[in-house]
Design a protein around this ligand. Structure first.
Ligand SMILES: Cc1ncc(COP(=O)(O)O)c(C=O)c1O
Length: 393
């Protein structure tokens, strides 16, 4: 039997991986499953994208390799979008890298920046590709706990100086998955200053930039002076445009910083399906007509989730952004135990906080991926499990 690499053996299990099989098993047993696990909404993509992919797929030229360049139209629509949304200019050829979903770029980036033993700063709880990308590059993650008392911001003052000096990458994600926290601009300014001082690459994961409520408008890291010297920002059509399965995103940043990612990718993939890029371009161009209505749907679900989970005995705070509620559990209940009971006894899928790293213990995450009625029903079932696990505690 050929042996596996230490790199592979060092990877933790990817928590989402087991959910589809578990769901199938429950559905086969006749359970009425409510899945609030993955951040993968049941909503339709922009009609312009759907029309466009059908038309583009009929064009044989679209079926050829896109290579790293991909479809010029996609790059140009990204640049228009970045200007319209943040007032920032980018060169479509040099400063944008098309990705097969932002996860792909985030996971591959460390290959361009991390040598064996180099440190990366990884927030926990957090999106697991920061950790995965680091481990696949033989780097050493320095895990930074996100705590409620610190508004779930990475406490850069608490990171030892010797760690900072060895750090090659700092991963930041606001609006944040899973905590739904947002980062004030003065905090981002402090982070950029630190990264400039120490030559740390700031990876700013902005996957939820368009899902925000109550007048909150998430910034781009490039709104901070000097960020172009140290930052790469990742975006995606997945969440904002309900296109998770289409696998399309991009990285933006100076040629010096994003060029190495494009170079790694020349050996890894040969570009995504150009019909998908064409459709993503149409989605981005339809933002003004599409996003407000889509965000209103997420807001209705958020409001339903906050009200229902609160009523059912949970302590919720109302998130300003993302499609998540990050809900604390009583101390005597572990998140894995709670999620396990909830799925087995009530058919409700949520993400236990420990799935996002040990720093996520004590919480569970609910995604706004189904209707308010189903979210309310899930909250009632979760409340029953909370009561059962609390009895006799
Ligand atoms: C914080 C964060 N970043 C990036 C992604 C990746 O999204 P995609 O690869 O679909 O663009 C996700 C998906 O859940 C996420 O939560």
């Amino acid at each position: 039997m050929p042996r596996y690499s230490e790199r592979l053996l060092g990877l933790p299990d990817y928590p989402m991986a087991a959910i589809p099989a578990k769901k199938r098993e429950l559905v086969a047993r006749g359970v009425d499953v409510i899945d609030l696990g993955a951040g993968d909404a049941d909503l339709a993509p922009p009609p312009a994208a759907v029309r466009r992919i059908a038309e583009a797929a009929a064009n044989p030229a679209m079926s050829r390799y896109g290579f790293g360049l991909g479809l010029m139209e996609f790059r140009e629509s990204v640049v228009r979008w970045m200007r319209g949304r943040f007032g920032l200019g980018f060169d479509p050829l040099k400063e944008i890298v098309p990705l097969l979903g932002s996860k792909e770029g985030i996971a591959h980036l460390a290959l361009a920046y991390v040598n064996r033993g180099d440190v990366t700063i990884v927030p926990e709880p957090g999106y697991l590709s920061y950790l995965g990308g680091t481990l696949l590059s033989d780097g050493e993650p320095y895990v930074c706990a996100l705590r409620r008392e610190n508004d779930f911001l990475v406490d850069i003052d608490a990171i030892p100086r010797d760690v900072l000096k060895k750090a090659r990458i700092l991963y930041l994600n606001y609006p944040n998955n899973p905590t739904a926290a947002v980062a004030p601009l003065d905090y981002l300014e402090r982070v950029v200053k630190l990264c400039r001082e120490l030559d740390i690459l700031l990876v700013y994961d902005n996957a939820y930039s368009e899902i925000a409520f109550d007048g909150y408008v998430p910034p781009s890291i490039f709104e901070v002076d000097g960020a172009r010297d140290v930052a790469i920002e990742f975006h995606s059509v997945s969440k904002s445009y309900n296109m998770t399965g289409w696998r399309c995103g991009w990285a933006a940043g100076s040629l010096e910083l994003v060029g190495p990612l494009a170079q790694v990718k020349t050996f890894v993939d040969t570009g995504n399906f150009m019909a998908v890029q064409a459709a993503a371009a149409s989605a981005l161009d339809s933002s003004a007509g599409f996003l407000p209505g889509n965000v209103a749907v997420f807001k209705e679900r958020r409001d339903a989730a906050v009200a229902a989970f609160t009523e059912c005995g949970f302590a919720c705070t109302t998130p300003k952004a993302t499609m998540y509620l990050w809900i604390p559990l009583p101390e005597h209940i572990t998140s894995a135990e709670f999620a396990q009971f909830l799925i087995e006894e009530e058919g409700v899928v949520v993400m236990p906080g420990s799935n996002f790293g040990v720093g996520g213990e004590g919480y569970f995450r609910v995604s706004f991926v189904t209707s308010p009625e189903r979210i309310r029903e899930a909250a009632v079932r979760a409340g029953r499990v909370l009561t059962r696990l609390s009895v006799g505690a």
